[in-house]
Write a protein that binds this ligand. Sequence first.
Ligand code: BEZ
Length: 210
Amino acid sequence: MALRLGDIAPDFTTDTTEGTITFHTWKEGSWGVLFSHPKDFTPVCTTELGYTAKLSSEFAARGVKVIGLSVDPIDRHAEWAKDIEETQGTAVNFPMIGDPDRVVADLYDMIHPNANDTMTVRSVFVIDPANKVRLTLTYPASTGRNFDEILRVIDSLQLTDGYRVATPVNWTKGDDVIIVPALSNEEAKELFPGGWDEQKPYLRVTKSPV
Ligand code: BEZ
């Protein structure tokens, strides 16, 4: 069955371009982004991996470790990494899982046979420090993902884990937030002494607490 939000991300031990990794041990205490790309030496994947490498300081600032996967072997990944560096101007600075036997791809349901029975779809899993799945995304092979959006969701998850707020449409870090409906006005006065704009009793907008 496909992984659902709140499930524990399955652990695995696998070969990567940075050596053998046991997933839970590798990410221990950190957030993680595990993402699949359909195939090495393909154009859209080349741009995605280059861009993700360029975001390394953004991921690090949020305490996030990134790991990629395709069903190609690691020696192919290593060859392809040279092309990524040459064309995208950044070396790949995160491990890439070589999964020719599809062990991890099957564990995370990354092959959708009615779309393609040999390549992974473009899956993304955001996994929290307790190893819970907090976001899943599935994109088709022909559409490159927006990795800025993945950072945006991580910002929202990290904020809403710490405060009794939710983030509205198209929110980005620093924008106003919404006080969770479960919080009474009495409780909200304690937590949000600066007050809020009550557009409806269930729609209370306030400054971001951080
Ligand atoms: C690509 O990354 O460009 C790609 C990979 C598989 C199918 C289609 C496009």
